[in-house]
Design a protein around this ligand. Structure first.
Ligand code: PMT
Length: 398
């Protein structure tokens, strides 16, 4: 747990039965070499006393926004600046809602508004509260804000019910907190990633598409966010959850993916990665009503879609541009052609002739090619491959 050595962790404790675990969390964080200060909400003080936390942390516990004595010692703005990480464990449903909506109605919520440090929450609540649509919505807002969400765990709850909502165990929280300080290869960079298929409508109920699941692009988005980047993920229609700290823009048609990509480039991005399997063609016309079966043959006329990555590579605000190539034969040769023709900085090619890599698989194997060099990333999970590719991109882009 080297990554937590000398890190300053501001531990926020909110009201919930899991607050008793926070006492253990303080000790275990200190064992990793981290410095810990504790802030408690009024609700938290109903479950565990500030005195306990003070004795464990070795520092006065902060509870009030308007406490002149505490402000004189270390004011709330100083505390917000002091932290390398604001970790809220347990985070109640009420606190998640306040954090999602930017409330500043107590010391902890105000600190979260005032800090420039990463914020992580370890939710703890009854499983029904966690499943409630309002909490689901708040979780999405928090993810979009770049807030790390640790857990919750699944299992028996203090209220006797069973399901997701338990606060993670202190050691699991510590492991995830360490990952916040993971390799910061992409700190300060804005990475835009396209993922998944596009869907080109024929009529209101039919469309042209392909087998892309979005897994490769979503894994890359997660790896880039873990490497410290601000990530915008432009996703075609896929059934995947948005990775933590990633801003997601959903699109359906290639034309929409093109518009979203160009807009992101115009707003400024450092790296553009195109994993999307964009439909090369779309029907020239989309029928307003369902096409009826009448003749033995019908003819569909297709027109070419815009080449998104080629347009990005030609843009005056051109980012470092990375393409993918899905090939079933002469893989390297075709990929080299695309690298050159589309004026890319790098291309990652996968052989999609089998079913164990590429489209809709959990694994992949890539040959990454750039002008003057290449690297083979052997078969591994898409999560692992994504980490390796992000590392390679960061090295070549800098
Ligand atoms: O989504 P998964 O199931 O995880 O599968 C991952 C994947 C196999 C889809 C992915 O690894 C991959 O190979 N993506 C590129 C697929 C592809 O169709 O490549 P292509 O050879 O048609 O296109 C080359 C490059 O141009 C790609 O970066 C593509 O995103 C881009 N392109 C293509 C056409 C177009 N109109 N606009 C584009 O930007």
């Amino acid at each position: 747990m080297q990554r937590l050595v000398n890190k300053r962790i501001l531990l926020g404790v909110t009201g919930g039965i899991a607050a008793y675990k926070s006492a253990d969390l303080v000790r275990r964080l200190q064992d990793t070499g981290a410095e810990v200060r504790v802030v408690m909400t009024q609700g938290a003080s109903e479950f565990i006393t500030p005195l306990t936390m003070q004795a464990l942390s070795g520092y006065p516990v902060h509870t009030d926004l308007l406490d002149p004595r505490a402000e004189a010692a270390m004011g709330h703005i100083e505390l917000a600046r002091w932290a390398d990480l604001v970790l809220i464990a347990p985070a109640s449903a009420n606190f998640l809602a306040r954090l999602a909506h930017g409330h500043g109605n107590d010391l902890l919520a105000t600190l979260c508004l005032a800090t420039g440090a990463p914020i992580a929450v370890a939710p703890a609540m009854n499983q029904q509260m966690w499943a409630d649509p309002a909490t689901r919505k708040n979780q999405l807002i928090l993810q979009e804000k770049g807030i790390h969400i640790f857990g919750p765990g699944d299992g028996g709850q203090a209220c006797g019910e069973i399901g997701p909502g338990r606060m993670l165990e202190p050691l699991d929280i510590i492991h995830q907190a360490a990952e916040v300080f993971d390799y910061d290869l992409m700190t300060g960079k804005h990475v835009v990633i396209t993922a998944g298929p596009t869907r080109e409508p024929i009529d209101p109920v039919r469309y042209l598409t392909n087998k892309s699941s979005g897994k490769m692009g979503f894994s890359l988005a997660q790896a880039a966010a873990e490497a410290g980047a601000r990530v915008t993920l432009i996703a075609g229609p896929v059934a995947l959850d948005t990775p933590n700290r990633v801003k997601r823009i959903d699109v359906v048609r290639a034309e929409e993916m093109y518009q979203a990509s160009i807009q992101a480039v115009e707003q400024g991005c450092d790296i553009f990665i195109s994993t999307a399997a964009v439909a090369d063609y779309r029907p020239t016309v989309t029928a307003d009503h369902k096409i009826k079966k009448s003749t033995e043959e019908i003819h569909l006329t297709l027109i070419k879609n815009p080449d998104i990555i080629a347009a990005v590579a030609l843009h005056e605000k051109r980012p470092f541009t990375v393409g993918f190539a899905a090939e079933t034969q002469d893989v390297i040769e075709y990929a080299q052609g695309k690298l050159k023709n589309k004026k890319l900085d790098m291309i990652a090619t996968n052989d999609v002739s089998g079913s164990d890599v590429g489209f809709n698989s959990d694994n992949n194997a890539l040959t990454v090619i750039w002008p003057g060099g290449h690297k083979v990333l052997p078969l591994a999970s898409k999560t692992q491959i994504a980490k390796q590719l992000i590392e390679l991109i960061a090295i070549r882009q800098s």
